[in-house]
Ligand binder design. Structure first.
Ligand code: AMP
Length: 215
């Protein structure tokens, strides 16, 4: 099975992905996490990617498709995978179509998680992330028990450089210009499911899970 989660930054793709991969035993491929990891460990890729990420821009396709190509060859992907944050451009989607026949039978569904812009800005600028385990918090709706300390591992919480207001606005614009065309791209292939991402996490999950059940 191959599932793609599309949606602007802050739509809750990561939150939903966590539940779906657990429930459906799918490999999880999140290019944002992979790139942040490369930046943290200062690999050659990380050094190239950092400047784009900090500014809210997309990392060039040729860098991203390589990490996805490699990741898809890992044994856990044989059972199926969920892609979160990839593809993000039409050319990445075309790359995926070319590489997929060697991995699985094709894309089963693309979920477009749709959320109002005002809500997205609120969610992203209030997000804090644990520097050790990556757990995510929201200052208003899911605050840590102790200010700036992770409930799960005691690590320090920080604001991602790309979650500041100015960069969030840039990321939303980049999404509109470069990623939103994929909604039509997959609609034309009859693969698209629109999901109301303004609802509670559980309700969003129910919409997605109900569709996956029937695949
Ligand atoms: P995310 O965690 O998915 O919001 O991704 C964080 C940042 O990583 C994005 O703003 C981009 O700079 C970069 N990134 C993640 N996935 C991709 C992708 N598929 N193509 C290009 N850049 C990406």
């Amino acid at each position: 099975m191959l599932i793609i989660l599309l949606g602007p930054p802050g739509a809750g793709k990561g939150t939903q992905a966590e539940r779906i991969v657990k429930e459906k035993q799918l490999a999880y491929i999140a290019t944002g996490d992979m790139l942040r990891n490369a930046v943290k460990t200062a690999t050659a890729l990380g050094r190239k990617a950092k400047q784009f990420m900090d500014q809210g821009q997309l990392v060039p396709d040729e860098l991203v498709v390589e990490i996805v190509r490699e990741r898809l060859q890992d044994p856990d992907c044989a059972k199926g995978a969920l892609l979160d944050g990839f593809p993000r451009t039409v050319s990445q989607a075309i790359f995926l179509e070319q590489v997929l026949p060697t991995v699985c039978s094709g894309i089963d569904r693309v979920f477009s998680i749709e959320v109002d812009e005002k809500e997205l800005i609120e969610r992203l600028t209030s997000r804090r992330v644990c520097s050790d385990c990556g757990a995510s918090y929201h200052l208003k709706f899911k605050p840590p028990q102790v200010r700036n300390v992770c409930d799960q591992c005691g690590g320090d919480l920080f604001q991602r450089e790309d979650d500041t207001l100015e960069t969030v606005r840039e990321r939303l614009q980049v999404y509109k210009n470069q990623t939103e065309p994929l909604v039509k791209f997959y609609q034309d292939k009859n693969l698209l499911e629109r999901i109301d991402g303004n609802l509670e996490i559980d309700q969003v999950y129910k919409q997605i899970a109900g569709i996956i059940e029937k695949l």
